[in-house]
Write a protein that binds this ligand. Structure first.
Ligand code: C2E
Ligand code: MG
Ligand code: MG
Length: 465
């Protein structure tokens, strides 16, 4: 079993029993020890590794005898004995522990700090706290080289990453209070388990034009008027039939094929905007939204690329919207800010997708220049379950309004959800109740409806799939 070996345990002052009891009960209420891995945690450890150029990053939570590693980057570590661990030291300090060079650390002098294969020369560890401030675990970066002293800003960065972990725990608790199932994995963070598709499969699919875009109408809730559509990619596979993006976008992200596939998607959507405008000039008021992955977004020059496409197809920037999830922004925040700023200046709409499923959601709302917030469908699905879920959606809508953002509710499936969202003042929505994603030709038919207004159900049920 992999573990940190020190000849002498790191000296551990006795932890007050009372303090430990409070800590354990906070840990139980966070329910972190028994639950499945949280994809968001992997994004956080990866981010820490990239930012600090660390050789290994561990995120662990401690019960009375062990530190359970819930996410690692670098050395694969599952659990560690708690006695003599870095966690103990963080707990004793009640805050961060920074050891730039183990050889010079009085508590560790003469020790060898080893992960499974890694001989550690430096580490820095910060606590992950419960909302009441109890230390539940720690986030630690390890280096094989001694590092220069950690400057204050760097330490703040590590602490804010630990805060993101804490925010994520809070969101989980909220979801559990809602009685919802485990959160849907965020696409960019999904671990790729299946062998298919691999890069050559995706390359062939792109070359052989097997990808298509379907479009799902987005409507103004009070009028049922179509105000936009969301482009959703499908893979029409010769043997497997229509493959959902959930089954190939994560692989495409992993192997880098998302970049050419994403470029294709953007160009295809712009070309379709041009076609709809050729059919009827009034369609110029329609906004077509394209989903962007983290990697597309982290690429410099995205705004230039989008601008070139708009020119090529004679499309106004307000006719294009770009959707991204919070997790795609967290991987490289400074680049994200820059890219978002350039896109914003270009005049395209920026939509925050799947709101509520990501990291410190509220924090991102304040710091990034989004025009539209899309409430994740897991929240919409629960809205009729009682006062608490309703209250959450109400808060999200009020918050967006206060920040001058429009709100789109995703995944509206029932009349009851529809009515409640209207009562809450949600202006826009999309979902199977109105229309499923459909080929461009079927959207053309809907766009010819008088006033572009969708018929009431049950006619909606007959809309093309
Ligand atoms: P998303 O952007 O949140 O898209 C909404 C998803 O919810 C779509 O799934 C849509 O078909 C589905 N949906 C819409 N209304 C309802 C409803 O009333 N009930 C239910 N149960 N589902 C509804 P889809 O098309 O399978 O796409 C899944 C995800 O794949 C998208 O989530 C998006 O993150 C990603 N994706 C799709 N197209 C692209 C693309 O071109 N590029 C990238 N990078 N990602 C894409
Ligand atoms: Mg979307
Ligand atoms: Mg969404």
């Amino acid at each position: 079993m992999p573990h940190i070996e020190t000849p002498e345990p790191i000296s551990t002052p006795v932890i007050e029993r009372q303090q430990e009891t409070a800590r354990r009960s906070a840990l139980a209420s966070a329910a972190i020890l028994d639950t499945a891995p949280e994809p968001a945690f992997d994004a956080i450890t990866r981010l820490a590794a990239e930012y600090f150029r660390a050789d290994t990053v561990l995120l662990g939570f401690a019960d009375d005898s062990r530190v359970w590693i819930k996410s690692y980057w670098g050395e694969a570590v599952g659990e560690l004995p708690r006695a003599g661990s870095i966690f103990e030291r963080v707990l004793a300090e009640g805050g961060p522990v920074v050891v730039p060079n183990i050889a010079n650390d009085p508590a560790l002098a003469g020790s060898r700090l080893r992960l499974r294969r890694l001989e550690v020369a430096s580490f820095a560890s910060v606590p992950v706290r419960s909302p009441a401030g109890e230390i539940l675990g720690n986030l630690t970066i390890f280096g094989v080289e001694p590092r220069r002293k950690m400057v204050l800003d760097e330490l703040r960065m590590l602490e804010s990453l630990a805060e993101m972990v804490a925010n994520q725990l809070e969101l989980r608790r909220l979801r559990q209070a809602l009685g919802s199932h485990a959160p849907r994995p965020c696409l960019p963070d999904r671990k790729i388990s299946s062998a298919w598709p691999r890069r050559p499969d995706l390359r062939r699919a792109l070359d052989q034009r097997q990808f298509v875009l379907h479009y799902q109408p987005e409507i103004e809730l009070t009028t049922r008027k179509i105000v936009g559509v969301e482009a959703l990619i499908r893979w029409v596979h010769p043997d497997r039939g229509v493959v959902s993006p959930i089954d190939f976008i994560p692989a495409a992200e992993e192997c880098g094929m998302i970049l050419p596939i994403g470029d294709w998607g953007l160009a295809e959507a712009c070309s379709q905007i041009q076609k709809w405008c050729d059919e009827d000039l009034r369609n110029r008021s329609l906004r077509v939204c394209v989903n962007l992955s983290a990697r597309q977004f982290a690429r410099e020059g995205l705004a230039d690329h989008v601008e070139a496409l708009l020119r090529q197809f004679g499309v106004f920037s307000r006719q294009l919207g770009l959707e991204m999830t919070e997790s795609s922004l967290v991987t490289d925040t400074p680049t994200a800010m820059e890219v978002l700023g350039s896109l914003r200046r270009l005049g395209v709409s920026l939509l925050m997708d799947d709101f509520g499923t990501g990291y410190g959601s509220l924090h991102h709302l304040h710091s990034f220049p989004f025009d539209v917030l899309k409430v994740d469908r897991s929240f919409v699905a629960r809205i009729t379950d009682g006062e608490q879920p309703l209250q959450i959606v109400r808060t999200i809508i009020d918050l967006a309004r206060a920040l001058g953002m429009n709100v789109v509710a995703e995944g509206i499936e029932t009349h009851e959800q529809y009515a409640l969202l209207q009562q809450l003042g949600c202006r826009y929505g999309q979902g199977y109740l109105f229309a499923r994603p459909m080929p461009a030709e079927d959207v053309s038919k809907l766009l010819r409806l008088p006033g572009r207004v969708l018929p009431h159900s049950p006619a909606a049920a007959n809309l093309p799939n």
